[in-house]
Design a protein around this ligand. Structure first.
Ligand code: SF4
Ligand code: SF4
Length: 375
């Protein structure tokens, strides 16, 4: 069994080496331009005429995604590997009013939300975060209805990525189908070559960017070679790799295993891992009201909280950290595969970085895979 998995892993690595450095499906659009870094601000100002821009910006203590006003500031990307908080909130806000209502006679009158949404670009996101939107798109459009609150913003949003030259020690995107230079889910991508960026159009929607970059020169062979070298180097910096080909089946056999006590041992149920995760999407719906009316609000929730599954009777089907930790792993690595044929994790490593007790999802996955191998 172990031998068979090793062979499979080698095969997977070879395929990934070819597949993940660039996305073969992208080749239909051959628009690749060189943008000198000293011209980058002109590109930003050009885009700003037609789009709102959400970019990584220096905030008080850290770099955060925020709206940019390039008329008042000259923009260059700050130095960052990836940001502590993903840009999920721009399409799925932490707190969102769905509609309001007011008392009218003996009944109530519903007032639908009126929201003007401008065309916008999330600019400078890493490949893992771009893939996370594909997961959110799948979730919010699954079943009978698609979520109008999410898609009202999603349909107005384009994604321009910045390939990841220098992954963090906690990144493991290559184990979950991604790569530091993957362009999956993006409309365009920038590759940082030092003095210049390559700007490459990826999706059909991304063709809209052609007019903003047409004045710049096309890439040449030297630029492309440099990009390939950077992609290989970035991939080589990923410190952890695990073969998750059988993870759905592995987890099928381990629900009652005693590994979950060990895996959950240090968990405080604080929920930080879930709040920073770009793919977590659980929410609660609450009414805030007074005598005259109120509003219905959706807010992020998290499955690590002890009251997440607390029932009105007082019964709690996930009464301990063990059950809640197991749920989080099953949701992302088993139920997602069963329901949508995709993994629910993009390997961004945020949950590992933010955990106050240093719980590490990679260690948990290793325990799962090794236990299943031994069985
Ligand atoms: S951040 Fe760590 S301690 Fe907090 S809920 Fe997640 S795994 Fe548990
Ligand atoms: S589970 Fe952790 S590594 Fe996976 S997408 Fe969420 S925060 Fe990133």
């Amino acid at each position: 069994m172990v031998k068979k998995r090793k062979k499979k892993k080698e095969k997977q690595e070879n395929q990934n080496n070819q597949k993940n450095q660039d996305n073969p499906k992208d080749q239909q659009y051959s628009i690749e331009k060189i943008i000198p870094k000293d011209k980058f601000d002109s590109l930003i100002k050009g885009l700003y005429k037609d789009f709102k821009l959400i970019v990584p910006k220096e905030a008080e203590n850290e770099i955060e995604f925020d709206y940019l006003d390039p008329e008042n500031e000259k923009y260059q990307f700050p130095e960052y590997q990836n940001l502590r908080v993903s840009p999920k909130k721009f399409l799925f806000p932490q707190k969102e009013v769905l509609y309001s209502f007011e008392k009218e006679g003996t009944g109530i009158k519903i007032k639908e939300k009126e929201e003007k949404i401008d065309d916008q670009i999330i600019f400078g996101i890493r490949s893992c975060d771009a893939r996370s939107y594909k997961i959110l798109d799948t979730f919010f459009s699954s079943g009978k209805y698609s979520d109008p609150y999410y898609f009202s913003k999603r349909n107005k949003t384009l994604l321009i990525g910045l390939a990841c030259n220098d992954p963090m020690s906690t990144c493991f995107c290559t184990s979950v189908g991604g790569a530091p230079f993957s362009s999956e889910g993006l409309d365009a991508i920038l590759y940082d070559l030092g003095d210049n960026y390559i700007f490459k159009i990826i999706s059909e929607k991304g063709i809209i960017f052609e007019k903003y970059v047409k004045e710049y020169p096309d890439v040449n062979k030297v630029d492309l070679k440099k990009k390939e070298e950077l992609a290989t180097s970035a991939r080589g910096k990923i410190q952890f790799e695990i073969n998750l080909d059988n993870i759905e089946k592995d987890l099928d056999s381990l629900f009652e295993s005693d590994i979950w006590t060990k895996v959950a041992r240090r968990c405080l149920s604080c929920g930080a891992c879930s709040y920073v995760c770009p793919t977590c999407h659980c929410f609660d719906v609450q009414d805030k009201s007074d005598k005259s009316g109120g509003k219905r609000v959706r807010i992020w929730d998290n499955c690590q909280s002890s009251i997440f599954t607390l029932e009105a009777s007082g019964h709690n089907p996930r009464n301990s950290g063990k059950e809640r930790t197991r749920q989080r792993i099953y949701h992302k690595f088993n139920y997602y595969l069963k329901n949508y044929k995709i993994l629910g994790c993009v390997g961004c490593g945020r949950c590992i970085k933010v955990c106050p007790t240093n719980r590490d999802l990679r260690e948990s996955l290793k325990i799962v895979v090794e236990t299943a191998e031994k069985a």
